[in-house]
Design a protein around this ligand. Structure first.
Ligand SMILES: NC(=O)C1=CN([C@@H]2O[C@H](COP(=O)(O)OP(=O)(O)OC[C@H]3O[C@@H](n4cnc5c(N)ncnc54)[C@H](OP(=O)(O)O)[C@@H]3O)[C@@H](O)[C@H]2O)[C@@H](O)CC1
Ligand SMILES: Nc1ncnc2c1ncn2[C@@H]1O[C@H](COP(=O)(O)OP(=O)(O)OP(=O)(O)O)[C@@H](O)[C@H]1O
Ligand SMILES: [Mg+2]
Length: 347
């Protein structure tokens, strides 16, 4: 893990490119200087405006054709769901399907399974997470999964977290992309080595989860005056793991560049919106990695995927709020995934 001093030095030398709704804005030095540094440091192409970035997301979306078979557009797994929380894994898994995955699996505890199944016949639900062979039970599905979303509704039971540790180790060994959210981030704050340097990991912390992670990894409280630098530093300290810090504006970094998504959302803060984001991101990460850096103009595919998931979640929130106002819930947002996706990426 990078030391605090090393992380600080790296921040100073990194290219910081921030994305705003009106176009890309740059934090720190003037535009030309930062773009020059971007080329100098990592030979990355620079994204110049919002439309260009949306175009990169559009580039990674696989065409709908009659030539494909079931599964090719995504088989996503969600690890989470326990006695207390059944909604969160449902929201994540159904969002993956609504974005365009073909199959969505949930790996949860035995007693959560019938509840989650009853929400939707479209999900494949495995009641294995609290079984004695849980790691093997999930592990045998891994070769058939394109991405794993770890944490929504997982809870913080020690035995379950130790099982999830094993699942993360096997996933990493098999090169399966992982999106870590909610209680999965609780585990990472305790054992950052689990994802240290793993280039196919994306962390999606909310405000609280980001503070917890930063304190655990960097050892000091978050500098709230500079959210972009805080995210950049955390990503660098974790060995360029992609970090998506959710909030009034979503800040995304792979330790080299920083994007900011301020797509208009809504003022409604009902629970479950982050689950919609992490499930969507599971599919977009798969599509982005499949498309490769040629389609993302040299930018990290994971950054482009994260920008896509953030803008989509916020657009769902905006559209649902226009219809339902204060009574908007995450279920209303999920009903907007299709129209929001079309309006952002298919028009
Ligand atoms: N329907 C379901 O099944 C759902 C289940 N879910 C599942 O619940 C589990 C726990 O997840 P979590 O996010 O509630 O846990 P955690 O990190 O302890 O944060 C809670 C604390 O953080 C604080 N806080 C939060 N935001 C803040 C902010 N912007 N600014 C400041 N403070 C802020 C806030 O503090 P408070 O306001 O209470 O003082 C609160 O106490 C996890 O498995 C998740 O997936 C959810 O997905 C929802 C839908
Ligand atoms: N203050 C805000 N203004 C506008 N959008 C926000 C705000 N805070 C969060 N969001 C958006 O809401 C979505 C979920 O972020 P949030 O911080 O609520 O996640 P979370 O706490 O993990 O949610 P969950 O309840 O699913 O666990 C993200 O798309 C984020 O952009
Ligand atoms: Mg959450």
């Amino acid at each position: 893990m990078a030391t605090r001093a090393a992380a600080g030095a790296a921040v100073t030398g990194a290219a910081v490119v921030a994305l705003l709704s009106a176009g890309f804005a740059l934090y720190g030095p003037p535009l030309d200087a930062v773009l020059e540094r971007a080329f100098w440091l990592n030979k990355a192409h620079s994204i110049k405006d919002m439309e260009t970035t949306f175009q990169l997301v559009r580039n990674i979306i696989p065409p709908l054709t009659t030539k494909k078979h079931k599964g090719q557009d995504g088989r996503i797994g969600v690890v989470g769901g326990c006695q207390e929380y059944t909604g969160a894994p449902y929201f994540a898994a159904i969002s993956a399907l609504k974005v365009g995955a073909d199959l969505s699996h949930v790996f949860c505890t035995r007693e959560a399974a019938p509840v989650i199944k009853s929400y939707s016949p479209e999900l494949i639900v495995h009641p294995v997470l609290d079984s004695p062979n849980a790691v093997q039970d999930v592990g045998k599905w891994l070769p058939r999964l394109h991405a794993l979303v770890v944490g929504p509704g997982l809870g913080r039971d020690h035995v379950l977290l130790s099982t999830v540790k094993g699942i993360l180790e096997v996933s990493r060994a098999r090169d399966v992309p992982v999106i870590i959210d909610a209680d999965g981030l609780w585990l990472i704050a305790q054992q950052p080595a689990l994802i240290q340097g793993y280039q196919k990991a994306v962390l999606t912390p909310n405000h609280m989860e980001f503070s917890r992670l930063s304190e655990a990894v960097l050892g000091d409280p978050v500098d709230s005056s500079d959210p972009q630098e805080a995210v950049l530093r955390l990503s660098q300290a974790l060995g360029n793991v992609t970090v998506v810090r959710k909030g009034e504006r979503d800040v995304i970094s792979d330790g080299k560049q920083v994007l900011e998504c301020s797509q208009e959302g809504s003022s409604r803060r009902c629970g479950g919106q982050g689950d919609l984001l992490s499930g969507s991101l599971g599919v977009l990460v798969h599509w982005a990695l499949l498309a490769g850096p040629e389609k993302t103009n040299g930018f990290s595919p994971l950054l482009v995927a994260a920008f896509g998931a953030c803008s989509l979640t916020r657009q769902c929130s905006r559209q649902a709020f226009q219809k339902h106002g204060r009574s908007t819930t995450t279920t209303d947002m999920i009903a907007e995934v299709g129209p929001a996706f079309t309006s952002l990426f298919e028009t």
